[in-house]
Design a protein around this ligand. Sequence first.
Ligand SMILES: *[C@@H]1O[C@H](CO)[C@@H](O)[C@H](O)[C@H]1NC(C)=O
Length: 244
Amino acid sequence: EWKELLMKMKELLLFLSCVLCVFADALHSDISTVGCSDSDGEYMYGLDGEEKWYADFNKKEMIYPQPPFMDHGTYPGAYEQAVANQQVCKTNLQTARKVMKDFPLEQDAPSAVMIYTRDEVEFGEKNYLICYVTGFYPAPVNVSWTKNGQKVTGSSINVPYPNKDGTFTQISRLDFTPQQGDVYSCAVQHLALTEPLTKIYDVQASGQSDPGVGPSVFCGVGLTVGLLGVAAGTFFLIKGNECS
Ligand SMILES: *[C@@H]1O[C@H](CO)[C@@H](O)[C@H](O)[C@H]1NC(C)=O
């Protein structure tokens, strides 16, 4: 087992520390993140690349983002621990600011933004649009959505997930029902970007056209012509027999 302590102290923005534990046989790896800024904070625990739980400091509770059928277990005192970690983080941030004054602020713009759907697109069938943002530092990014040029609300975003290289990933999700002709976009704002990075999702271009009536009409016509042929054949067969 080895532990790596990654600490990046920034003059202005975020103080984040990640403890990454990888078991010797590398069967599983878990990660715990404590982060804070003047206005924001994060506590997250992940296992094998997935968020297991995170602290929601507005709702004042731990959130277990698994589907409801999963038994995620409960961890008494976990939220209180997260709150205590925030105190430590903020104290460290103040200290780091004092000590490292004029230390240049490191900023990496997102290296990739991708937009895609969770499920294969069927017109009129509920689906999710995903905006996947990775490779940025510091966290977080803001993601906003539009539908046909109009702002839409109701999207959700996960807490920043640390990558191995010290940058972060965030995934924003929007409920939508694909309709022919609709165009969606997700716009990503980050400290290192002068203007938002925007990705377009065109339902028309991406949608699988519903098989619809085409094949059944084709099949029906074919069957009818075939049966007519059989009927005509039978007719002439009987007629032929009558004449002889
Ligand atoms: C994200 O949005 C908040 C609230 O509107 C704003 O204060 C913050 O500056 C934004 N962050 C970035 C990186 O643009």
